[in-house]
Write a protein that binds this ligand. Structure first.
Ligand SMILES: NC(=O)c1ccc[n+]([C@@H]2O[C@H](COP(=O)([O-])OP(=O)(O)OC[C@H]3O[C@@H](n4cnc5c(N)ncnc54)[C@H](OP(=O)(O)O)[C@@H]3O)[C@@H](O)[C@H]2O)c1
Length: 374
């Protein structure tokens, strides 16, 4: 399924030159907008921007170095995104470390409320949150309660997309049914407008889709790690299943946790656990980073813009994580243009040439894994 775009605002003016000499001169100076705020993509009953923003870092000190002093910049980042047509924000009830647990949801709720005088904009924002399959959440009611707690933290009446954060099929198959029934219950109670999953492999994805369908609940989205660093057989199989069942694939970590921005090198690593991971992977990424750089230069885009555009061009909705106004501004430039099929092939070939790949999420079904849950 190609990413179908529903135009929900007036169709943009189409430039029809009369004179070809003038037209080529004009076209050279004509700059397409960096992004198209009127583009919307359907996720079940919802209309979302072709890219959302991820907020794992908003409250996470260990991996992302979050400090409460960052909140004002995060609010400006959120406002800039919303002002430019982004209406999809991904979060989770487990985001936020230690006493900051739930911080990402709290901040999103606060930022939405403080969009004063913008009732329509507020109503159009789609929060996609995820419910953790903690081992003590054993009954459907506990998932419904988890959903109510998320609503309390955000002070919202309804969540856009309620997602299961991961499947327990690999290690606690009996708990899996409670997750699914919990999702059905929160949908039936109207606590969520749509339901989705995250870290489900192809087999489990088909199973949950069929189970929900029997109960009259459409499965609208599947979130997986999907990027030029994570485009293996499973990702492609999941994408095919999504296309055939009208499920939207949401690409998480589209920038490979920052490795696909081009700003990190073996001698310039981020602090903390990411540094340890990047030290292993970055040395093998030279072909891919060179290719990203070459295309970015030719296209007058930046490396993160090309990496995110690749996810969009593959028919997915990427949700890059953003920590600053500058990053949000730059990532918005991933919209409004499209890589050619030759460029896509060049990037994919370079990715295959790069020996080390991203580790996969420990909770992704049918994978061999290292611990990294976002
Ligand atoms: N379902 C799941 O299990 C799961 C797992 C992971 C993530 N997610 C979701 O997906 C979202 C995105 O994934 P992610 O945050 O893991 O990784 P990502 O999007 O691949 O990378 C995001 C990080 O890259 C850096 N960055 C972003 N834009 C940049 C730019 N233009 N220039 C330079 N640096 C830039 C920032 O970190 P620095 O500035 O510190 O480098 C940012 O936090 C998360 O926020 C979360 O909502 C879900």
């Amino acid at each position: 399924m190609a990413l179908s775009i529903a135009f929900s605002a007036p169709t943009p003016h189409v430039f029809r030159p009369q004179n070809s000499t003038i037209s080529s001169t004009l076209l050279q100076s004509f700059k397409f907008p960096r992004f198209w705020p009127w583009q919307k993509v359907k996720v079940g009953p919802l209309s979302v921007s072709p890219m959302g923003f991820g907020t794992w870092a908003w409250g996470n000190q260990v991996l992302w170095g979050y400090q409460e002093s960052m909140d004002s910049e995060l609010q400006q980042t959120f406002n800039l995104a919303v002002d430019n047509g982004i209406n999809l924000f991904d979060t989770a009830d487990s985001y936020g470390t230690g006493k900051l647990n739930g911080q990402s949801e709290k901040l999103l709720g606060k930022f939405i409320r403080e969009l004063e005088g913008k009732k329509q904009v507020q109503d159009n924002i789609v929060i996609a949150t995820k419910f953790a399959a903690y081992p003590w959440r054993l009954r459907p009611k506990q998932f419904v309660d988890a959903c109510k707690s998320s609503l309390d933290r955000m002070q919202l009446d309804q969540i856009g997309i309620g997602q299961l954060h991961w499947s327990t099929a690999n290690y606690a198959p009996l708990q899996e049914r409670a997750l699914w029934d919990g999702l059905v219950a929160m949908y039936d109670k109207g606590l969520v407008r749509a339901v989705g999953v995250s870290n489900y492999g192809p087999k489990q994805l088909l199973k949950i889709h069929d189970y929900l369908k029997e109960r009259g609940v459409p499965l609208c989205s599947a979130q997986v790690q999907f990027s030029l660093l994570s485009m293996g057989k499973d990702q492609m199989e999941i994408k095919d299943i999504c296309d055939s069942l009208d499920i939207r694939l949401i690409s998480y970590s589209p920038l490979g946790l920052g490795m696909l921005t081009g700003k990190y090198t073996s001698s310039n690593l981020p602090r903390g656990p990411r540094g340890l991971l990047f030290r292993q992977i970055l040395p093998g990424l030279t072909p891919l980073l060179n290719s990203l750089h070459e295309i970015a230069r030719k296209r007058r885009k930046s490396i993160p813009q090309v990496a995110i555009n690749w996810c969009i061009s593959k028919g997915t909705i990427p949700i890059p994580g953003v920590k600053s106004v500058k990053q949000a501004e730059e990532n918005l430039g991933a919209l409004g243009w499209q890589l050619t099929s030759e460029e896509l092939l060049q990037l994919e070939y370079a990715a295959l040439e790069s020996p080390r790949k991203m580790i996969q999420n420990i909770f992704q079904t049918r994978q061999v894994l290292l611990p990294l849950v976002g």
